[in-house]
Write a protein that binds this ligand. Structure first.
Ligand code: TYD
Ligand code: MG
Length: 455
């Protein structure tokens, strides 16, 4: 008879312990251990498909397969994957409920009509998926839908059908008979993901896994899930906004700083190939408190609008709030303005917002943040045809940033007339290539004078 055994798992990192402990010794988080029933008496060999015995091989004798990738027919997705889907890779797509994970992967499944695709849905019934496919106005004779959540049955079907790509919606709904704990628990997620990974590696079939996100914005389930998969894509964006951002947070086969932008329309997700255009408000009016930063995400330059609102604190303690930009960095920039340029912002509320629901972590955004704060504080608009790209240091110096030519070229392309950069950034820079006027500044005070005083 199967003996029931319970173990405790850390919800954060998936570490295992025989008894309950308050603080995880592996990841240091508090109160993350939960008890789960695991039946250990059934042996742990992976699930019913043939596995070849592996023997050590010389690296020089291994055949180099010219990494051929499968194009998803969605350019933005191909780009953030590093040029398409790698055979045998496991790609985890995470995001909040309703953000569009199922829509995106159904679009992938329907657009890849030259491949046999198996879409496993544990969340929606095949009829519901059919309705969604009709809404997307896409058809594919090679796309199969399976409404199943038992892992062993999925493998049986996959062995019969021999699909070329598998999509699992979602990993949290799958369960394996071998474990007694219910679907979505750490042990089930670990087991099912590990089996799917093994399946992908042995058969060379790529597998997409959809994963939910918990309240803190992390992928629900163990962190180990992120470690085992090859690529982690994160879907971001707020529900009020039609724009969705797909970001790579891990990629064994490409860069991790790539970012793709989609728009949720009536017929699914539409890729936005020139995001700078939509991220900048096209009102034509000059408004105080807004400025444009030329940033780089992965391989691609992106112009984004930074909005600041500085007002007298209504209550005793001034508020600092920031959306899309690191709040500690904002605090630091405000301190620089206070100490190095003599602006009294200590008693002011400061709100900062990156337009379009984007999160930026490129230090070159600093100068635009400072410009927006100054503009809002003085209530003097910055001309719409000016943009900024430089880092700001603690002493108030304006520091150089990488790939300056690309940043200037993007601003030039979008018709900006002036760009502020660090004066230490001009080495090897050939300005004559651009129509845009490049203004070099070395200190925050110089920026201030140039923007607001010299007029
Ligand atoms: P969905 O892909 O079901 O989200 P997830 O799988 O991440 O939970 O996306 C559902 C949302 O997208 C829902 O709010 C409706 C909206 N939507 C559209 O606006 N247009 C469409 O064509 C589709 C299919 C969905
Ligand atoms: Mg879904």
């Amino acid at each position: 008879m199967a003996k029931t055994k319970t173990v405790y798992f850390c919800q954060n990192c998936g570490a295992e312990s025989a008894k309950w402990i308050g603080r995880c010794s592996a990841c240091g988080e508090w109160n993350t251990y939960v008890e789960q029933v695991v039946s250990k008496s059934i042996n742990k060999t992976p699930i019913s498909y043939e596995t070849e015995k592996q023997i050590p091989q010389k690296i020089s004798s291994l055949k180099s397969t010219k990494e051929s990738r499968i194009s998803t027919n969605i350019n933005e997705l191909d780009r953030i994957l590093g040029g398409g889907i790698v055979h045998g890779s496991v790609i985890l797509v995470g995001g909040e409920p309703g953000i569009g994970k199922s829509t995106l992967l159904l679009q992938v499944a329907l657009k890849l009509d030259q491949f046999k695709i198996l879409y496993i849905s544990g969340e929606e019934s095949p009829q519901q998926i059919k309705l969604r496919a009709e809404r997307l106005k896409l058809q594919n004779e090679n796309c199969y839908i399976l409404g199943e959540t038992l892992l062993e049955n999925i493998f049986t079907q996959a062995i019969n059908l021999k699909p070329e790509i598998i999509i699992v919606d979602s990993i949290q709904t799958l369960y394996s008979e071998k474990l007694e704990s219910s679907a979505g628990t750490v042990s089930q997620i670990r087991e099912t993901a590990a089996s799917l990974l093994k399946y992908a590696k042995e058969t060379n079939i790529p597998v997409f896994l959809i994963g939910h996100i918990n309240k803190e914005g992390n992928l629900a389930g163990p962190k180990v899930l992120e470690h085992v998969v090859d690529t982690v894509l994160q879907f971001e964006g707020d529900h009020n906004n039609v724009y969705r951002i797909l970001r790579t947070t891990k990629n064994r086969f490409g860069s991790t700083s790539e970012l793709g932008i989609f728009e949720m329309c009536n017929f699914g997700l539409r890729e936005i190939s020139n995001p700078s255009e939509i991220l900048i408000t096209q009102t034509g009016e000059n408004l105080s408190g807004t400025s444009v930063a030329s940033t780089i995400n992965g391989a691609r330059p992106l112009l984004i609008e930074i909005q600041a609102l500085v007002s007298s604190a209504a209550y005793g303690t001034p508020q600092r709030s920031s959306t899309g930009f690191d709040i500690r960095r904002l605090g630091m920039l405000l301190a620089v303005l206070e100490k190095r340029a003599g602006f009294r912002l200590g008693q002011k509320d400061v709100f900062l917002n990156v337009a379009g629901g984007i999160k930026v972590d490129d230090p070159a955004t600093d100068l635009a943040v400072i410009a927006s704060v100054l503009s809002s504080n003085l209530d003097l608009p910055i001309n719409k045809n000016i943009c900024f790209t430089a880092e700001v240091g603690l002493t108030g110096e304006i520091r150089p940033v990488n790939r300056i030519e690309q940043r200037i070229a993007e601003a030039n392309k979008l018709g900006f007339k002036k760009i502020y950069i660090s004066k230490f950034n001009s080495k090897g820079l050939d300005e004559s290539k651009f129509k845009i006027q490049v203004i070099k500044v070395g200190k925050v005070e110089e920026l201030f004078r140039s923007l607001f005083k010299d007029k």
